[in-house]
Each structure stands twice: as C-alpha cells, then as structure tokens.
Ligand binder design. Structure first.
Ligand code: HEC
Ligand code: HEC
Ligand code: HEC
Ligand code: HEC
Length: 501
C-alpha cells in the first residue's frame, strides 16, 4: 500500500509541479576553492556531537510564541510551528511528524504491539525512538515532549544550549559546523547534515532499528528517497528552499543516494556486530536489509526463469539493500555534474560489502560488521567532501544536468546490450524510476525540458504500481518487465545527450 502511494505520489509530484522560469543557467558563481583544506573523514551534524554533557530537549510549544515561530500564517517565515502543528491551522496538507506519536495508539500499532509482545507501543522505547523526541528531563516535561511526536528538536537538535543563542545577531555569522559542534544545533541548511538526519529515522541507526519482525507485524516498509520525500505533495513543509530550484533537487538526489546507503550500511554494521556477539534480540540474517519482493512474490512463469535480466546475482538470492544500491553508482558518476570541482569517488569498500552480502544467504556476521564499517567510513569521506562543497556554495548546475542524469539512470536500468533489464528486482527498477522522476521534476516537468520524457516515465510508473488491493507487486514477470525495459530504452533516447548516443 505504502509503495503504491510512493509511486503514485512521486509521479503526481513530478507531473503536478512546474517550476517558475527564473532559473539561471550561468556558470557557477564561484569556482571551486582549490586551496580548500582537505575534507575531514566524517561529515558533521550526525550521530552525537562530542558534547561533554547531553543537552536537554525543549518542548515544541516553547518555540510557538507568535513573535517566534507561531505566527499563524502557514508557510511564512516566523510561522514554522503553526505550519508543523496540525491543530493550529487545519488544511488539506499537514506535517506527518506532528502526528508521529499519536499513531502509536492507532489500530495498526496496537496490532503490532500484540504481535511483538509490546504492551503499550506509546511507552516503548522501540517505537518512541523514531516516533517522538525522547529527552532525559524530569517526567512531566518528558511526557509533554513525547506527546508532541517528532517536534522541532527531532530535526533541529536539543535546544537547551542554542535556544538563547539562536536569536542573537551573532548566530547568523556562525558557520554550520560551529552551530553543531558548539551548540548541538543540527545545521539542516546543509543538505548532507539534513539528509543524514532524516535517514536516522527513515532508514534507522544504532538506536533506531525497525527490523523484519516489525514489518511482518504490520509496520510500513521504510523506503527512503530524500528528493521524493521533500516533494511529497501532502507534506506541509515549514520552509521554502532558497536558490536555484533545479540545482537544489539535483544535489538533494545525489546527496540522498549517499546518505541513504550510508545509513543502510551503518545499520547493517550495528546489527551484524550485535549478531556476532550472540545477542538474542538480533535476528540474523536480518531480512529487512534485503529486497522485500525477492522473497514476497508469486512464483513466475517457468519459461522465463533465469532470463529475466542481466543481473549477476545467482538465481534465488535476494539482493542486499537493492533500494539504496541500485542507483548509487549513477550518483557517484554524476558527482562532478552536481558539484562542479568534485571528482567521482571510487567505492571499493561498498563493492566488497555488496559482494559479501550477495555471495551467500547468511554471511558470517563478524565479517559483515567489518566490511560494513569500512563501507561506512568510505561513504563518510565522500559525504564530508559533499558537505564542504555545500558549505562553500557551488552555484547553479550546468544546463541539461537533469537530462544527463536521467539518461544515465535509463542506461543503468538496462543491460549493456540494452536487450534486457540490468536487474529485474522491483526495488532496482523503482530506484531508477524515482531518480529519473526527480530529474524530470528538477528539469521543470512537462512544461519545460522534461516534456519529451514524460511518456516513458508514466509507463514505468504504471507498470511498477501495485494492483488494487495488493501491497506488493503481483506477477512481476515478462509481461510487466518488457514494457518497463522498452520504456527505459525510450527514456534513454529521449534524454540522449551526445555522450548518451
Ligand atoms: C527506525 C524508525 C522507526 C521505528 C523504530 C518505528 N517506526 Fe513506525 N514509522 C517510522 C517511519 C519513518 C514511518 C513512516 C513510513 C513511511 O511512510 O515512509 C513510520 C510509520 C508508522 C506507522 C504508520 C503511520 C501512518 O500514518 O499510517 C505506524 C502505525 C507505526 N509507524 C507504528 C510504529 C510502532 C508501533 C513502532 C514500534 C513497535 C514503530 N512504529 C517503530 C519509523 C519508525
Ligand atoms: C522533519 C524534520 C523537521 C522538524 C520536525 C522541524 N524542522 Fe524546521 N526545518 C527542517 C528543515 C529540513 C528545514 C530547511 C532547512 C533550514 O532552513 O534549516 C527547516 C527550516 C526551519 C526554519 C527556517 C525556515 C526558513 O524559511 O528559513 C525554522 C525557523 C524552523 N525550521 C523551525 C522549526 C520549528 C519551530 C519546528 C517545530 C515546530 C521545526 N522547525 C520542526 C526540518 C524540520
Ligand atoms: C525523529 C525521527 C524522524 C526524523 C529525523 C525525520 N522523520 Fe520523517 N517521519 C518520521 C515518522 C515517525 C513518520 C511517520 C509519521 C506518521 O505517519 O505518523 C515520518 C513521516 C514522514 C513523511 C510522510 C511519509 C508518508 O509515507 O506519508 C515524510 C514525507 C517525511 N517523514 C519526511 C522527512 C524528511 C524530509 C526528514 C528530514 C528533513 C524527516 N522526515 C526526518 C520520523 C522522522
Ligand atoms: C529472505 C526472504 C525475505 C525477505 C528479503 C523479506 N521477507 Fe518478509 N517474510 C519472509 C518470511 C519467510 C516470512 C514469514 C512468512 C509467514 O509468516 O508465513 C515473512 C513475513 C512477512 C510479513 C508477514 C506475513 C505476510 O506475508 O504478510 C510481511 C508483512 C513481510 N514479511 C514484509 C516484508 C517486507 C516489507 C520486506 C522488505 C523490507 C520483507 N518482508 C523482506 C521472508 C522475507
């Protein structure tokens, strides 16, 4: 059901939204700073800062004074709390984060609780860790903050140390990094810090683990793609992106690919280390790290077995994190397009991890933990570079960048000889599709340069959609895969840049 929405919504966003025409296609305003110091090994703004003592959270209501963030005019600066809060200003759209706690009382949560042996999901750390902001303060305040769901502190960081500071004129002149290291303020303006923070809940991390037991008990599958999540039409955001819209979306897609894979590899490292220690609470292998519809599907037509795509994965082996791996290579290759001056990274450690995870069904957890950690470190180095580029400011991307990336995604979906799909896995196809849909949206949609490639995208979207009443693909076989292959081929020719021909 969720994934149906996902596809429907991505398409709706792509088709419905037309950007204004005031986009510049000038060369970057600033050349990359060649004298910039080497990027650090890790991005800032994630996990926990090296604070001496943990900072306390504040209630979201403490941000809601009308002179602060409770101005009452949805979408306006100074009305962020009003926009986030549901009851304050009812509208068709809303911010899902404001109801994140209350859904822990709904019938799905109650049913999940029964299946998992969790008496009261709204009191259980296993749910609260993503559905609310937990703080160590005294009980009454804690309860109030919890009941607000994913409030301000869930994304902007614990306010204790920055609440006074952030109203001073000096705040604006502080760097993103300083806001984080000295005050614990998550610098959400930086896309790397932002996407990694979204991913800490939407993928998970060491303290937030949504495994296959939860999914089997009824939790919606987590399938995060930041560019799409940002443009979900029913998400009432309390901010407006500034700067060139095309560049923003291209960069968000690239950063999102790296951040999502980083979060997945990190979660795998944590799970594997726990399994290696023999932790009884940690299932191994952990199914939620594999492609859902590799296992959950109807048994296909015997004629087509083993010939559905060019994937190198042995028949009968589910892919590891296909969702976050399938288009990662395109993001890596397109890094310099999105961030002029950066070169494409190599990713041997990610490659080794992938190989290990797909070589057998239950790889030895100690080995997995080691390789996953190495992959995280590799991705962190790249994220730190992207983050520094973000902070320097990279100007507008070159004209035609979304088309070029969409073209690469179309090629990525196809085998080298283009006679087959590269991978028939639903997640692989969906990832290529969502990336191309983001590029279509970034290119300005149907009224601008995206017009030519709308048709193949609509076809892929239609074939990927789950049939009514199903919550997964049904008979995802030749009759569906052939039109998808043809549509990706059409997308390739319609986005054909000189290098694409
Ligand atoms: C790793 C973080 C994480 C954990 C742990 C987690 N959730 Fe969620 N939950 C999410 C996210 C993110 C969504 C939204 C998913 C989406 O649509 O992409 C969600 C959605 C839901 C929904 C659907 C909400 C709706 O509006 O329909 C329910 C119900 C739910 N969670 C209940 C629970 C319960 C009960 C637990 C504990 C047993 C739990 N969750 C644990 C992150 C988490
Ligand atoms: C789901 C994550 C999330 C939550 C929850 C959240 N924010 Fe934000 N907020 C963001 C992001 C992302 C931005 C955009 C980047 C930026 O301007 O920092 C942002 C921007 C802002 C801005 C700058 C707006 C602008 O136009 O420059 C303010 C002020 C703000 N948030 C206040 C709040 C307040 C107050 C709350 C609680 C009611 C809140 N935020 C809850 C993620 C969140
Ligand atoms: C503290 C954890 C947390 C963080 C951080 C977080 N989210 Fe969420 N998000 C949730 C939960 C939980 C839900 C499900 C809420 C519900 O439906 O009740 C959710 C729901 C959503 C949804 C609606 C999904 C759907 O299928 O309807 C979108 C879109 C979304 N988040 C985007 C973002 C973005 C973008 C960021 C980063 C700027 C972000 N979130 C950061 C926990 C989080
Ligand atoms: C390696 C194979 C495998 C993978 C990968 C896998 N599952 Fe499962 N799943 C199973 C098995 C086996 C069961 C138990 C079936 C039963 O109880 O009858 C199950 C049970 C379930 C159930 C409850 C029973 C049902 O069919 O409704 C749901 C829901 C579910 N899985 C969803 C998912 C989702 C979503 C993913 C991806 C995040 C996923 N699974 C990945 C093998 C897998």
């Amino acid at each position: 059901m969720r994934a149906v929405l996902l596809i429907a919504v991505a398409l709706a966003a792509g088709v419905a939204c037309v950007f204004n025409t005031a986009r510049s296609h000038q060369p970057p305003a600033r050349l990359p700073d060649l004298a910039a110091p080497a990027a650090p090994a890790k991005p800032y703004g994630v996990d926990k800062a090296d604070f001496k003592e943990p900072f306390a959270q504040r209630a979201s209501t403490s941000c809601s004074a009308s002179a602060c963030h409770g101005g009452g005019a949805v979408g306006r600066v100074g009305s962020e709390h009003s926009t986030w809060a549901r009851e304050a200003v009812p509208a068709e759209t809303s911010d899902p984060h404001a109801k994140a706690y209350s859904v822990l009382f709904n019938p799905v949560s109650v049913r999940m609780g029964k299946a998992l042996g969790i008496a009261e999901p709204h009191k259980d750390a296993r749910c609260l860790t993503c559905h609310a902001v937990d703080s160590t303060k005294e009980p009454e305040t804690r309860d109030q903050i919890l009941s607000e769901g994913v409030g301000c502190g869930g994304c902007h960081g614990p306010a204790d140390k920055w609440i006074a500071e952030h109203t001073l004129p000096s705040w604006k002149s502080r760097s993103n990094q300083e806001k984080w290291t000295a005050f614990g303020f998550v610098p959400t303006k930086n896309l790397v810090a932002r996407a990694l923070n979204c991913a800490s809940c939407h993928v998970g991390d060491g303290e937030r683990d949504m495994n296959h037991d939860f999914v089997a008990a009824g939790h919606p599958r987590l399938a995060f793609e930041p560019a799409r999540f940002h443009f979900q039409p029913d998400y009432r955001k309390h901010w407006t992106e500034k700067g060139d819209a095309t560049s923003f979306e291209v960069r968000l897609w690239i950063v999102g690919q790296v951040a999502t894979l980083r979060a997945s590899a990190n979660l795998l490292a944590v799970r594997a280390a726990r399994a290696d220690k023999g932790d009884k609470q940690t299932p191994w292998p952990e199914f939620s790290g594999y492609s859902c519809y590799a296992c959950h599907q109807t048994i296909g037509d015997p004629e087509t077995r083993g010939s559905l795509s060019a994937t190198a994965r042995p028949a009968g082996r589910p892919g590891w994190e296909v969702w976050s791996n399938a288009t990662f290579g395109v993001a890596a290759d397109s890094c310099g397009l999105a961030f002029p001056g950066l070169s494409s990274p190599k990713w041997p450690a990610v490659g080794k991890l992938r190989k290990l995870m797909e070589a057998k069904l239950a790889p030895e957890p100690g080995e997995v933990a080691k390789k996953a950690k190495a992959a995280v470190a590799e991705l962190d180095r790249w994220l730190a570079e992207l983050q520094a580029a973000e902070d320097r400011g990279s100007g507008a991307v070159a004209k035609g960048t979304p088309e070029t990336i969409a073209n690469r995604l179309a090629k990525n979906a196809l085998s080298d000889d283009r006679k087959m799909l590269a991978d028939h896995d639903w997640d692989a196809l969906a990832a290529n599709y969502l990336g191309a849909a983001a590029m279509y949206h970034a290119a300005g949609g149907k009224d601008r340069s995206g017009a030519a490639w709308r048709e193949p995208l609509l076809t892929v979207g239609k074939e990927l959609r789950f049939p009514a009443g199903a919550n997964g693909p049904v008979k995802f076989d030749r009759p569906k895969l052939d039109p998808i292959r043809d549509a990706f081929e059409l997308l390739r020719t319609r986005t054909g840049t000189p290098e694409g021909k």
